[in-house]
Design a binder for this molecule. Structure first.
Ligand SMILES: Cc1ncc(COP(=O)(O)O)c(C=O)c1O
Length: 476
C-alpha cells in the first residue's frame, strides 16, 4: 500500500482553503441535521441559481440528437435552439462522445475569437485560443509551460485565489507576494509591485510571471484601465509573462465601473513583447455552469515554436470534455436579438446579475455596520473579503513574536473564529489566512450567492455571533 511518506512532497505542501477543514466540518454538521449556509465557494447552482434555459436546451439536443426528429420536438424546443443544435452537429458531426482536436473544436475557437473581437474591438486569433476544463486547467497548462527551474517565481496578489498558491507548490516554483491595498478598494500599486519583485530577486528568485485576478477573488474589486496599463508596463520592464484571470468579467456591479480586459489594454498600448495568458470560464458570470468544466485560454505574443509546445502539452491530455467546450461556445455565442430564445435569455441574465448586485449591497452594507467588521460593498465577482478585529487573550503580545510565530498565531485565530461561527450559526465561510492577508489583520471570505433571505439571516446571525465571540475573548 502506498504510504503518506511516499506521496509527492509538493502535493503534501499544497493547500486549497476553499475546500478545507471548515467545509468538511460543515458537511458533518449537515449530516447531523444542521442547516448550513454555504458561503465558502463560488458554486452558484449548488446555491439554487437556475441554469440558463437556452444553454441546457441546446445541450440536451446535442447529447441526444435523435430528440430533434421526434414528433413534437418543435413544441418542446424553440426553433432557434433546434437550428443551433443542427448547425453544431454539422460542424462537429462526431458529436459529444468523440475526442476533439487537442486545442478544442475549431469552429468554437473561431467563435471565441469573434467574441473577443466584439467585446474588445480588437483582433483575436483562433489559433491562439484553446478550450480548457474550467479556468483551473488553463492555469495548470500555464504553470507546466513556464515553470522550468526551482527558483522560478510567480507574483501573485495577496489576498489571492488559492489555486495560484497551490499550483506554485505543486509545480515546485516560488511564491512572490504583492499586497493589494485594502484601504483603496484593493487596488494595485506600482510601488508595491516593485517592492515585491526587488525583494524576490534579492533572495535569488527568478520571477517569470505575474498573476492578476480581475474582477478580484476574494476581494470583489474591479481594476481600472490605468491599473492594467501599469501592470503591463511593469511586466515588460521585468520580463514577466502575465496571467490575467478574468473569470468574473460579467460580474461587475459597481456604478460606472466596467470590465476592461488585459488583451484590450495590451492591444491599445501596441505591446508586442509581453506574453499574455487570458483565462475565462463558464463557471462564473451568470451561467454558473461550474459542473460542466468549460473555459478557454487565449495567448498573445507567443512565438510559433513555443505555441507548438503548448499544443503538445494539450495533446498529452487529449482534449477538454466536449460538453464543457459546447457550453463555452454557447457562452460566447448567445442567442441574438430577434431569435426565438433571445428574450428569455436576456431576462434570465438580467435577473441573475440584478440579484447578485442586490445581494452584494445587502451583504456589504450589513456586515460593515457590525461593530468590529469592515468591508466595502463588493464591486464585482461573487465575494466579500471581510476584515474583523478580535482582542488578544490576556498575556499575549503578537509584537513580541517572530514573523513565523505570528503567522501561525493569526492563522489559528481566524480558523478558530470561522469554525465557531460554523458550529454556532451554520454559516460556512473561509478563513482569510487561506487567501493571504497583511500580518496583523484577520479576515474571512464569504460569497453572496445564497438566496436573499439567507443573506439577510447571515448578516443578523453574524452580528450576534461576533459580539458574543469578542465578549468571551475579553473575559478570558
Ligand atoms: C479567480 C478564479 N479563477 C479560477 C477559478 C476556477 O474556476 P473554474 O476552473 O471552475 O473555471 C475560480 C473559481 O472559483 C476563481 O475564483
Amino acid at each position: 500500500m502506498v504510504k503518506l511518506s511516499e506521496v509527492n512532497s509538493k502535493l503534501l505542501k499544497a493547500h486549497y482553503a476553499v475546500r478545507g477543514k471548515i467545509v468538511i466540518r460543515a458537511q458533518e454538521l449537515e449530516e447531523q441535521g444542521k442547516k448550513i449556509i454555504y458561503c465558502n465557494i463560488g458554486n452558484p447552482q449548488a446555491l439554487k441559481q437556475k441554469p440558463i434555459t437556452f444553454i441546457r436546451q441546446v445541450l440536451s439536443l446535442l447529447e441526444y440528437p435523435a430528440l430533434m426528429d421526434k414528433p413534437g420536438a418543435e413544441k418542446l424546443f424553440p426553433a432557434d435552439v433546434i437550428r443551433r443544435a443542427r448547425m453544431i452537429l454539422e460542424k462537429n458531426p462526431s458529436g459529444t462522445g468523440a475526442y476533439t482536436q487537442s486545442a478544442g473544436i475549431p469552429f468554437i475557437r473561431k467563435a471565441i475569437a469573434e467574441f473577443i473581437e466584439k467585446r474588445d474591438g480588437i483582433p483575436a486569433d483562433p489559433n491562439r485560443i484553446m478550450l480548457t476544463e474550467g479556468a483551473s486547467k488553463g492555469v495548470h497548462t500555464v504553470f507546466t509551460l513556464l515553470t522550468n527551474k526551482e527558483n522560478d517565481g510567480y507574483l501573485i496578489p495577496i489576498p489571492q485565489y488559492p489555486l495560484y498558491s497551490a499550483a506554485i507548490e505543486l509545480y515546485g516554483a516560488r511564491q512572490v507576494n504583492y499586497f493589494l491595498d485594502e484601504k483603496n478598494r484593493w487596488s494595485l500599486d506600482e510601488a508595491e509591485l516593485e517592492r515585491s519583485i526587488e525583494g524576490a530577486k534579492k533572495s535569488g528568485i527568478n520571477p517569470v510571471a505575474i498573476t492578476v485576478i480581475n474582477p478580484g477573488n476574494p476581494t470583489g474589486a474591479v481594476l481600472s484601465r490605468k491599473n492594467i496599463g501599469m501592470v503591463i508596463r511593469f511586466a515588460k520592464k521585468h520580463g514577466l509573462a502575465i496571467i490575467a484571470d478574468e473569470v468574473y468579467q460579467d460580474n461587475v456591479y459597481g456604478e460606472g465601473l466596467e470590465f476592461v480586459s488585459f488583451a484590450k489594454v495590451m492591444h491599445d498600448l501596441g505591446e508586442k513583447d509581453v506574453t499574455l495568458f487570458s483565462l475565462h470560464s463558464v463557471s462564473k458570470g451568470f451561467l454558473g455552469e461550474c459542473g460542466h468544466r468549460g473555459g478557454y485560454l487565449e495567448i498573445r505574443n507567443m512565438p510559433d515554436d513555443v505555441y507548438a509546445e503548448v499544443i503538445k502539452l494539450l495533446s498529452i491530455g487529449l482534449c477538454a470534455n466536449v460538453d464543457g467546450q459546447l457550453v463555452t461556445y454557447l457562452m460566447t455565442a448567445p442567442p441574438r436579438p430577434g431569435e426565438e430564445s433571445y428574450e428569455l435569455y436576456a431576462a434570465e441574465k438580467a435577473a441573475i446579475l440584478g440579484d447578485l448586485k442586490e445581494k452584494a449591497g445587502i451583504l456589504g452594507k450589513g456586515l460593515n455596520e457590525i461593530e468590529g467588521m469592515q468591508v466595502d460593498v463588493p464591486e464585482g465577482a461573487m465575494y466579500a473579503f471581510v476584515k474583523f478585529d478580535l482582542p488578544h487573550p490576556k498575556g499575549i503580545n503578537p509584537e513580541a513574536m517572530t514573523a513565523e510565530e505570528r503567522h501561525k498565531y493569526e492563522a489559528a485565530r481566524d480558523a478558530k473564529y470561522c469554525l465557531r461561527l460554523l458550529e454556532g450559526t451554520g454559516i460556512c465561510v473561509v478563513p482569510g489566512s487561506g487567501f493571504g492577508q497583511h500580518p496583523g489583520t484577520l479576515h474571512f471570505r464569504t460569497t453572496f450567492l445564497p438566496p436573499k433571505e439567507d443573506i439577510l439571516a447571515l448578516v443578523e446571525k453574524m452580528k450576534k455571533f461576533h459580539a458574543s465571540y469578542v465578549a468571551k475573548l475579553q473575559e478570558a
